[in-house]
Design a protein around this ligand. Structure first.
Ligand code: GLC
Length: 562
């Protein structure tokens, strides 16, 4: 297996709007990130993925870009950006930018031109359906109040396509001029010194421009269709050839709709497309079948969780590479979702999840605040939400006479803004995030031990464990590249696996439950001596060869010696 920095690196994702405000406008900014660079470096991470910082009217918090080559005013200036990048380089941190090119903002110059007349030179930068052909074939939209991805535009008596919000028209990659504009823009950022891109909804860029009727009803059926456009691999290959291949860069795609059987078509080294992508199987595990944002009724089960990770590990065991994540800015907080954030189990479950991600094969991604175990905010009032996704879906449910109480209850677990409340720096007013009113309400538990300042002073904190655990990964290449074997796929409480590289062998035991459990190793795992590498709790009993007593949410890593 080819070894390289982006396989060995640990990624830390920053959502700038909620990271640190230095200007007192209630919105995080680039200078806030500059201020915290020493802190970020102290975490033992190597790569920062920055959510979009480009000029935007913020209909979807920066995922609606008005100008790809300027910085959003609320976040600062290009010279702040340059200083940030220099500060990262001085600390050996790499920077991955968000690349949002399936769509842009309707306020982008291209779209302004495009919508102005049918014969404008920019007309063919977007997907238009002339009204005289009748209503276009149905396309489902993520954020549209009516879930309709076609928006009628009076200026030219035509509909334009928007898979996301009305203010996010889809760019027409079929037009070579559009592709060239995007490649030029990527060169602009590479020449500044960025190290790569996280590519927003990248499988959606290729479309069948005959816009046929499609056989889909549930959102997942549409998404599967969107991610299987006829020219997707041609575009990714061209983008790699024209841009990526010219730099020591890495690319990670957001991969909604990519089926595991297609995974290597995107990331096999020989195909020269992208390096890795985020699959959505885990993110769908606690959702209603076919739905994106609605919670399923029963609880997810550990064997289902393991199967997802084991299957994807197998997919990349011989070629390609995987990305590992439990949370990001689009999903609820990791400890609330996959652990147990009640006071009794919060600390162990947060540290168990850190142990997990940092002992699996693939590149691990953490989202800001994970390192201190930030939890879901669980807003109860629609007025507390700022996200177009929650607000427009609320309207949709209301207009269609749906159950708003059930919707609000589901959002407490599913809403993206669970992850977007401001970072907790300390226990002072507004958690040290801003000196004025934050753009979104804080999670009140920043006075309750969930803050950086508090955890810096504790002997044993989620934060101190996170730092120890990143050091463990970085000093053991077997945890990066080693073979993975899941020991008891059907065990409902314990996730046990080994990682092996040559003579280096690790045993990882994770008790994903509120109970104390005795775990018995399978027959075929033999060893002479085991050495504890790290654990998030006192070892209860591991005196015998095969039997391990694990406390609630206990995580232990052993080195096995022959
Ligand atoms: C991706 C982003 C999400 C955004 C959407 C539209 O899923 O992660 O935040 O809303 O694309 O750009």
């Amino acid at each position: 297996m080819h070894q390289t920095w982006w396989k060995e690196g640990i990624v830390y994702q920053i959502y700038p709007r909620s990271f640190k405000d230095t200007t007192g406008n209630g919105i995080g900014d680039l200078r806030g990130i500059i201020e915290k660079l020493d802190y970020i470096a102290s975490l033992g991470i190597d790569i920062i993925w920055l959510n979009p910082v480009y000029d935007s009217p913020n209909d979807d918090n920066g995922y609606d870009i008005r100008n790809y080559r300027t910085i959003m005013e609320e976040f600062g200036t290009m010279s702040d950006f340059d200083e940030l990048l220099a500060g990262m380089k001085a600390r050996n941190l790499r920077l991955v930018m968000d690349l949002v090119v399936n769509h842009c903002s309707d306020e982008h110059e291209w779209f302004q031109q495009s919508r102005s007349s049918r014969d404008n030179p920019y007309r063919d930068y977007f997907h238009w359906w002339p009204a005289e052909k009748g209503a276009p074939p149905k396309r489902w939209s993520y954020f549209d109040v009516n879930e309709n991805a076609w928006q009628y535009d009076t200026h030219t008596d035509a509909y334009y396509l928007h898979y996301f919000a009305v203010k996010q028209p889809d760019l027409k990659w079929e037009n070579p001029k559009v592709r060239q504009e995007i490649y030029d823009m990527m060169h602009f950022w590479f020449q500044k010194g960025v190290d790569g891109f996280r590519m927003d909804v990248i499988p959606f860029i290729s479309k069948d421009t005959t816009y046929p009727e499609i056989n889909a009803t549930a959102p997942h059926e549409y998404i599967a269709y969107y991610s299987n456009g006829p020219r997707i691999h041609e575009y990714l290959n061209e983008l790699n050839r024209e841009v990526i291949s010219k730099y020591d860069a890495f690319t990670v795609g957001e991969g909604p709709g990519i089926h595991i059987d297609q995974a290597l078509d995107f990331v096999h080294e020989d195909r020269k497309e992208i390096d890795m992508f985020f699959h959505f199987d885990l993110m769908s595990l606690d959702r209603k079948p076919g739905e994106v944002f609605t919670m399923r009724e029963d609880a997810w089960k550990l064997p289902e969780f393991k199967k997802i990770f084991s299957d994807w590990d197998t997919a990349f065991a011989k070629a390609g590479w995987g990305s590992l994540f439990l949370a990001n800015h689009d999903f609820p907080r990791s400890v609330s979702r996959w652990g147990n954030d009640s006071p009794e189990h919060w600390k162990n479950s947060a540290t168990l999840l850190h142990t997990f991600l940092l002992t699996m094969r693939g590149t691990p991604y953490f989202y800001q605040g994970d390192e201190i175990g930030m939890t879901n905010v669980r807003f109860t009032d629609i007025e507390d939400y700022r996200d177009i996704n929650t607000i427009n879906r609320y309207e949709h449910v209301k207009n269609s006479g749906g159950d708003l109480v059930a919707f609000m209850e589901s959002e407490q677990h599913a809403a993206r803004e669970n992850a977007r409340t401001p970072m907790h720096w300390d226990a002072s007013q507004n958690a040290g995030f801003t000196s004025s009113t934050p753009w979104i309400r804080l999670n009140p538990n920043y006075t309750n031990g969930v803050s950086v300042a508090h955890q810096e002073t504790e002997d044993y904190s989620v934060l101190s464990y996170f730092r120890k655990m990143t050091a463990v990964r970085k000093s053991n290449l077997a945890l990066v590249y080693g073979d993975y074997e899941c020991l008891h796929p059907d065990h409902e409480q314990v996730y046990a696996y080994t990682r092996t590289l040559g003579a280096d062998r690790f045993l990882i035991l994770l008790n994903f439950s509120d109970d104390t459990v005795t775990y018995i190793l399978p027959q075929h795992i033999t060893y002479n001596r085991k050495v504890k590498v790290i654990s998030n709790a006192l070892i209860l009993d591991d005196q015998t060869y095969k039997e391990f007593m694990l406390g609630a949410w206990q995580a232990v890593v052993y080195r096995l010696e022959d």
